[in-house]
Design a protein around this ligand. Structure first.
Ligand code: FA5
Length: 345
């Protein structure tokens, strides 16, 4: 056996110092320690030596193997630490970079929410308080207390989503904000000057003026000596305050079971300035809501003496107000969440 083990170890260390990745390291490990390596061959040839030399040279071979093993472990650790450092450096994010390079884009309120806030402000300015009611209602609040008993033909005016809760058709998604009138009157405090905004649901097919999920703002005044003239004046004041002096309003006779007399409230279509377009079905007018004097049957349902107290109520579409205020020909864009539309308003 003519190997100089010191040279074998030194050669192994020299080879290791050039290795930079773990795969190469494992290949080199094989070359250095396998049966066919210099050490392996030396170990195999031990059998040919006399016993006393076998022990001595065997111990030297074992020492050389240990030295190579520890050089391998040392190199492995070095490669692992270096790889980890490189990976961390590559993953590093400079969180100060965006602050220096650009102004971050800021979000803003959705146009419907903004319209709701603006409407609330107008009514608060006119002396109204703001109340809210639940979106999931019972048949009693949404219909019966509003003088619409079961099987009343007027139920057809509101195509309703019923919930699978309790007795069939007793729990529903409110079709209008009028049930909140009932809740406010039930609370018992009089007089009442309140508006009640919120989300409503109807099985309406979406089109340029309708959405299945939309928003209304209800208004209710109950006091002594309230007349239809107060209702008409309030609506006129609201129209001027919200849409500006150039927009006209008109009341047209209508029917709601919970008001008598009842009216529809229309304003000049802002898309065509009254000349007629697809949005207003070529009439020049857009219906914003319904209104009327509170029906005595409603007062009776909530225990208010209709001989002493009178009142009016109204309910407008908030999405419709946004549509008219910002001249949006098709209301469906309000629900589509298209960023190109939303960032404009
Ligand atoms: C009502 O909902 C009555 N509760 C209003 C009322 C209140 C009358 C108090 C009398 C006293 P109507 O179904 O007409 O009425 O709806 C009122 C307004 O809500 C409509 O004029 C429209 O502006 C809006 N609206 C109704 N349905 C939709 C819909 N599917 N999508 C968008 N807006 C709608």
């Amino acid at each position: 056996m003519d190997y100089n083990l010191e040279i074998v170890v030194q050669d192994a260390k020299d080879a290791l110092s050039t290795i930079d990745d773990l795969e190469e390291l494992s290949r080199l490990r094989n070359n250095l320690l396998s049966k066919k390596s210099q050490l392996g061959t030396a170990r195999s040839s031990l059998a040919t030596l006399p016993l006393d030399q076998r022990r001595e040279i065997g111990a030297k071979i074992e020492l050389a193997r240990k030295e190579i093993e520890s050089a391998l472990a040392e190199r492995r650790q070095l490669i692992e630490v270096r790889t980890r450092k490189e990976k961390l450096a590559a993953d590093e994010i400079d969180i100060t970079e965006w602050l220096e390079s650009s102004t971050p884009a800021r979000g803003h309120q959705h146009i419907v929410q903004r319209t709701r806030d603006e409407l609330e402000d107008v009514f608060v300015g006119m002396g109204f308080s703001v109340n809210e009611g639940p979106e999931v209602e019972t048949d009693w609040y949404n219909f019966e207390a509003l003088n619409i008993p079961p099987a009343h033909p007027a139920r057809g005016m509101w195509d309703t989503f019923y919930l699978d809760l309790g007795e069939p058709e007793t729990v529903l998604l409110r079709t209008h904000t009028s049930p909140t009138q009932i809740r406010v009157m039930e609370s018992g405090e009089l007089p009442i000057y309140a508006v009640m905004p919120g989300r409503c649901y109807r099985r309406d097919t979406p089109d340029s003026r309708h959405l299945p999920i939309f928003h209304q703002i209800e208004g209710l005044v109950v006091d002594i000596g309230i007349s239809f003239a107060n209702l008409a004046g309030t609506i006129e004041d609201f129209t001027t305050a919200y849409f500006g002096a150039g927009i006209h309003s008109r009341l047209r006779p209508s029917y709601f079971p919970f008001t008598e007399p009842s009216a529809e409230f229309e304003i000049t279509c802002t898309i065509c300035a009254g000349s007629g377009c697809r949005t207003c079905s070529h009439t020049g007018w857009i219906e914003l809501g319904g209104c009327g004097m509170v029906h005595p049957a409603v007062f009776e349902a909530v225990g208010i003496d209709s001989k002493r107290w009178t009142g009016f109520a109204f309910g407008f579409g908030i999405d419709r107000c946004a549509q008219m205020r910002y001249q949006i020909p098709d209301m469906r864009v309000l629900m589509e969440n298209d960023y190109r539309f939303m960032k404009q308003l």
